[in-house]
Design a protein around this ligand. Structure first.
Ligand SMILES: [Fe+2]
Ligand SMILES: [Fe+2]
Length: 465
């Protein structure tokens, strides 16, 4: 297997690029975050046959790496940066294709990255390096694409079945499409020395899109102002402070979620129609605002108790929490209505047009999210299903517990918990009573593992002296 080195300090972009190369070629990639680390790695690894490098990196730039390679081990070099060649000093004569050089610009260059790498490698081999022919003969049609095992640590679920390779033609499925998995499962395979998982060839492009979309919002985040941070942290802490002691929360998790909420507000700012509703909600400081922020937090805390605590999962839950009732911002009391089944509404007088507003809000908001096209996948589904109930009595679709997605199940339980404690004096008895109640109502399918974890967390907390 040919080995190449990818050098870039941007973790998200580097992961996306190496996912593409590994999944669509037989190449094995190694990664470095800086020029110094790359120079050390190249010196120690004579088998590296090509280098792809970013330009701007802390502690040294792509030109320094390029100059080092020219002097010591002239191997093919691909410059892959967001800068144009005109913006870079000393790269006037770059790329010299006969020397096995190429230039690609971020992010569009991702599309042709794998082809460029293969073509540069082949050209440099035609120019004197041997072994290509034997390699070519050995290549077989790929039915499965490989994915570096570490890539799966970024998620708690993925939109394709995942396999491990047992022998040349035998693959064993270990994770089902969209099934929730935890870090320990991946680490178990890492400990066995497995470096790659596999997906079916026909699934690779949708898995790549899922990955790219998940990082889309991370890539577009900017730094938020101090005033915004102070403001929202203060609010969040006031609301959440009371419940934390009952859930055995570790400060680091609370801090991560807090930072996510703040930066997610910034992401939403980039979508004016959604941000307009969000600002209204934040200015109103009413029920929708308070319970949305609380759900953003609590769903992250519940997920972290289930070991589904990758930043990607917490981000999806947090964004879904912030936006799940946003179209009801002008009628905040409607967001309090959990179900609109006949049984539930006959005791309340709700005007017909309000019933329609409630019934349609999951679909309306999830469509807005899909159209915005900048949020990680699954958020629209969480919002679409946030009023479903495990016994099929929810709305809009009346899904049964096995049809409600695992992330939506976490969200639904978290919203129930938030609604049960909202504006109540929280104490041990109230909290235990709420958990008992949740355990009876939600003891079905995908919900089971969640309430087990929640119950365990609460029990552990109360055992503490
Ligand atoms: Fe809600
Ligand atoms: Fe709702």
């Amino acid at each position: 297997m040919n080995e190449i080195l990818y050098v870039d300090d941007d973790d998200d972009f580097r992961e996306l690029a190496t996912l593409k190369i590994e999944g669509t070629t037989e190449l094995e990639t190694y990664e470095c975050k800086s020029v110094q680390a790359a120079i050390k790695f190249i010196t120690e690894t004579p088998s590296i046959q090509l280098i792809i490098s970013d330009y701007d990196m802390p502690g040294g730039n792509g030109n320094q790496l390029y100059e080092y390679i020219k002097k010591t081990r002239p191997i093919p070099f691909i410059l892959f940066t967001s800068k144009t060649l005109a913006q870079i000093d000393n790269f006037e004569c770059f790329p010299a294709t006969e020397k096995g050089e190429a230039y690609l610009q971020k992010p569009e260059g991702l599309k042709s990255l794998a082809e460029t790498v293969l073509s540069v490698l082949n050209k440099s081999k035609e120019n004197g390096m041997k072994e290509e022919k034997e390699e070519k003969k050995a290549e077989k049609p790929i039915e499965f694409c490989k994915i570096g095992i570490k890539k799966l640590l970024r998620f708690n679920s993925i939109n394709s079945d995942i396999f491990i390779k047992m022998s040349t033609n035998k693959y064993l499925k270990i994770i089902n499409k969209n099934e929730l998995y935890d870090k320990q499962l991946i680490e178990k395979y890492q400990d066995k020395g497995i470096k790659y998982f596999h997906v079916k060839k026909e699934d690779f492009s949708s898995l790549f899109d899922y990955y790219a979309q998940a990082f889309g919002s991370i890539l577009c985040k900017e730094n938020i102002t101090i005033e915004e941070r102070m403001f929202s942290e203060g609010e969040c802490l006031r609301l959440v402070g009371e419940i934390l002691p009952y859930m055995g929360i570790n400060e680091q998790v609370a801090k991560t979620i807090n930072e996510l909420i703040n930066s997610n507000i910034k992401v939403i700012r980039g979508k004016p129609n959604i941000f307009e509703l969000l600002s209204k909600m934040m200015n109103n400081r009413d029920y929708i605002y308070e319970h949305s922020i609380l759900i953003s937090y609590i769903s992250g805390l519940v997920a972290s108790k289930m070991s589904w605590n990758t930043e990607n999962t917490l981000e999806k839950l947090s964004l879904a929490g912030l936006m799940h009732d946003i179209s009801l911002v002008d009628e905040p009391t409607l967001a309090k209505i959990e179900n609109i089944g006949e049984e539930k509404t006959k005791t309340m007088i709700i005007p017909k047009q309000h019933i329609a507003l409630i019934r349609d809000h999951p679909q309306k908001i999830s469509e807005m999210i899909r159209k915005a096209n900048c949020f990680p996948p699954d958020i629209d589904q969480i919002i679409m299903e946030h009023h479903e109930m495990p016994d099929g009595s929810g709305f809009p679709k009346g899904l049964s517990s096995s049809k409600i997605s695992p992330l939506a199940s976490i969200f639904i339980i978290s919203e129930k918990l938030v609604n049960s404690i909202y504006q109540k004096q929280i104490n041990k008895e109230l909290f235990e009573g709420i958990i008992d109640n949740i355990m009876v109502t939600y003891n079905y399918g995908n919900f089971r593992k969640i309430i087990e974890g929640l119950n365990k967390a609460v029990a552990e907390t109360f055992k503490k002296p």
